[in-house]
Design a binder for this molecule. Structure first.
Ligand SMILES: CC(=O)N[C@H]1[C@@H](OP(=O)(O)OP(=O)(O)OC[C@H]2O[C@@H](n3ccc(=O)[nH]c3=O)[C@H](O)[C@@H]2O)O[C@H](CO)[C@@H](O)[C@@H]1O
Length: 350
């Protein structure tokens, strides 16, 4: 009997792709189990989606204590996998997946990896040589892989929420009451918001809102709403929220998006063929994710120091229909289809 173990955790960026694949597996009536940590957001997100979840006691490898915990967790993972007897394992990167991947090697259970980012994270780098297949989001990741391992890699894009597929721009604009001659700018940070982007929006508020044809949708981030908006007296037609639950609809309706360059956000832009102005959060490898879009002339990249310029540039691009179309056509060339479906097929799950 087929049974698939998913090991993931840390941030939404690692957990949501796993859930999209797991939902496809569950639809086929196949048993699943998630293994993450008992400390981070997977412990809530995964059970909320009605998947069975076991949290191990692991911490980032930064101290002797964390190394001891990693060893203990690995012993627990071996016992757990012996009992659960999965036929396949899939891991989504970062230190949380290490105990299960060591256990998979010890027990010789076939395992697969998924990498969300352009640049592979350390855990995936350590384990890819023993993996059956590695599912990557972006073609250019292959440039850093030795020739003899390349055949293991499959470019699938990142698994996204189902709502990102089959969206139509015109329909979504009608639902939101947006007129044909209005231009929609969507601003989102990562799952935590983006302080620098918020500050620049406030500084440029007058310029953005004085053009009556601009419709702004701006998510400040859950913890930044008060600090970002208290100086604004009149929101006009702008929609400002701490967090948008309906990003698929808003992104589909928008003409251009200002955002960070987390892997899921980049893949969502690709799926919806959106021009963007990106301000990567650099130290976690987002610049390389952003480069994927800029390289095909589908996005412009700015830095935390030049966010105000980024907004001026957005206002300029959004008024040029031909530029928007050019960028959108270029983004389209990166589309890969429904990644979760492709991955389930590649894993031989019927
Ligand atoms: C700070 C940090 O460590 N970031 C990393 C984290 O990204 P993080 O999880 O922050 O960012 P991602 O872009 O991968 O995902 C953000 C998700 O939140 C959604 N969203 C955002 C705002 C909003 O109002 N509503 C909403 O639904 C987006 O649509 C997207 O699906 O994991 C990613 C995947 O490994 C990495 O690429 C990022 O570098």
């Amino acid at each position: 009997m087929e049974k698939v173990v998913f090991t993931t955790g840390g941030t939404g960026g690692h957990i949501y792709p796993a859930l999209s694949i797991a939902k496809k597996v569950r639809e086929k009536g196949i048993d699943t189990l998630f293994i993450g940590t008992k400390h981070r957001m997977e412990k809530d997100i995964v059970p909320n989606e009605n998947f069975r979840f076991i949290g191990l006691d692991v911490l980032p490898l930064r101290s002797v204590k964390s190394v001891i915990k990693m060893i203990t967790a690995t012993i627990s993972a071996i016992k757990l996998l012996k009992k659960e007897k999965p036929t396949k394992i899939i891991a989504f990167g970062n230190y949380i997946t290490i105990p299960v991947l060591i256990a998979a090697n010890v027990l010789r259970i076939p395992y697969y990896l998924q990498e969300q980012n352009h640049t592979m994270g350390q855990a995936n780098k350590w384990f890819y040589k023993g993996a059956k297949k590695v599912f990557i989001a972006f073609e250019n990741t292959l440039e850093s892989i030795k020739e003899k391992y390349k055949s293991k890699f499959v470019v699938t894009g990142n698994p996204l929420r189902e709502e990102f597929y089959g969206k139509n721009k015109r329909e979504e604009r009608q639902k939101l009451g947006i007129k044909d001659d209005e231009r929609v700018i969507l601003v989102i940070g990562g799952s935590l918001g983006a302080k620098n982007i918020n500050e620049a929006i406030v500084k440029k508020w007058k310029t953005i809102t004085e053009d009556g044809r601009i419709r702004l949708f701006w998510a400040t981030g859950k913890d930044n709403y008060e600090a970002s908006t208290y100086r604004i007296r009149d929101f006009g037609t702008a929609v400002v929220e701490p967090y948008f639950e309906n990003v698929p609809e808003l992104m589909a309706a928008s003409d251009i998006v200002i955002c960070r360059a987390g892997a899921s956000t980049i893949s969502e832009l690709i799926q919806l063929e959106k021009p963007s102005v990106l301000i990567p959060y650099d130290f976690v490898g987002q610049k390389e994710n952003a480069d994927v879009l800029e390289y095909v002339n589908g996005a412009k990249i700015f830095t935390n120091e030049t966010v105000e310029k980024a907004i001026d540039e957005t206002l300029s691009i959004v008024r040029q229909a031909s530029m928007l179309e050019f960028m959108s056509e270029n983004v389209k060339t990166l589309k890969k289809g429904n990644s979760a479906e492709i991955i389930v097929n590649e894993m031989g799950i019927k």
